[in-house]
Ligand binder design. Structure first.
Ligand code: FE2
Ligand code: FE2
Length: 235
C-alpha cells in the first residue's frame, strides 16, 4: 500500500483515494480515481465476450458479403453471355425474317451493350465460352430461319420464355440479397425482362405455334438454353 493513496476494489473497478496528506488546503476535495484493473477476471470475461461477439459478427458479414459478390458475378457473367447469344440468334434470323425482327434485334444489341458496360464496371470476368456462344447463337438463328418464318419465331418464343424466367429468378435473388445495394442491376434486369416478354409475345403473334414439330423444337431449344445458362454461370 502506497503512502500516497488507499484503494478498494469492486468487481473489475478499482478505486484509488489520495491520502489526506496530498490534499491542498482544508477546502480541497479528495481526488478519486477509478481505473479498470486489466487483470480482473470479470474484466477479462467481458473482454472475451465482446471479442467473441465481434469475431462472430465479422465472420457472418464476410460470409454474406462473399456470397453476395459471387451471386453478382454469376448474374452479370451469365446475362452478358445470354445477351450476346440473343444478338447472334437474331443476326442469324435476319436474312429470313427481315424487318419483322429488326426492332427486337436492336433491343438485343442494347442489352448486350449494357452488359458489356457492366462487366468492367463490376470487375466481372466474362465467360470463357463467348466464342462458342457466338457460333452456336448464329447457327441456332440461321438454322431455325432456314426451316421457315414460323420455326424462327418458335425459336424466339422458346428462348425468350427461358430468359424471362431466368431474369425473374435473378430479380428475386438480388432483392433478397439487398434491394438498395443492387438497385442499378435490378432496374436493368427488370427493363430487359420486360423487353424479352415482348419478344416472346411477338413470336407468338407471328405464328410460332404453327411451326413444324413446334412442341419438340420448343422443348429442345429450351433445354439447350438452360444448359447454356448453367454452364455460363460457372465458367
Ligand atoms: Fe435480351
Ligand atoms: Fe430478347
Amino acid at each position: 500500500m502506497s503512502k500516497f493513496w488507499t484503494q478498494s476494489s469492486l468487481g473489475c473497478v478499482r478505486t484509488y483515494y489520495l491520502r489526506p496528506a496530498l490534499n491542498f488546503g482544508p477546502s480541497a476535495t479528495p481526488l478519486v480515481c477509478l481505473v479498470f484493473s486489466l487483470t480482473s477476471p470479470l474484466y477479462l470475461q467481458i473482454l472475451n465476450m465482446l471479442q467473441s461477439s465481434l469475431t462472430k459478427s465479422l465472420r457472418l458479414y464476410s460470409t454474406k458479403a462473399a456470397r453476395n459478390r459471387q451471386a453478382l458475378e454469376r448474374i452479370i457473367r451469365v446475362d452478358h453471355a445470354g445477351e450476346l447469344g440473343a444478338d447472334r440468334i437474331y443476326a442469324g434470323q435476319m436474312a429470313v425474317l427481315g424487318p419483322v425482327i429488326q426492332h427486337m434485334w436492336d433491343q438485343e444489341k442494347e442489352h448486350k451493350a449494357k452488359f458489356e458496360e457492366l462487366i468492367p464496371k463490376y470487375r466481372v470476368r466474362p465467360t470463357v465460352l463467348i466464342p462458342i456462344w457466338n457460333v452456336a447463337g448464329f447457327a441456332l438463328g440461321a438454322g431455325t430461319a432456314l426451316l421457315g418464318k414460323e420455326a424462327a419465331m418458335a425459336c424466339t418464343v422458346a428462348v425468350e420464355s427461358v430468359i424471362t424466367d431466368h431474369y425473374n429468378s435473378q430479380l428475386r435473388e438480388l432483392i433478397h440479397n439487398g434491394e438498395e445495394e443492387h438497385k442499378e442491376l435490378i432496374e436493368v434486369i427488370k427493363k430487359f425482362r420486360d423487353d424479352e416478354m415482348d419478344h416472346h409475345d411477338t413470336g407468338l403473334a407471328h405464328d410460332a405455334e404453327l411451326a413444324p414439330a413446334y412442341k419438340t423444337m420448343s422443348n429442345v431449344i429450351k433445354m439447350g438454353c438452360k444448359a447454356a445458362v448453367w454452364i455460363s454461370e460457372r465458367i
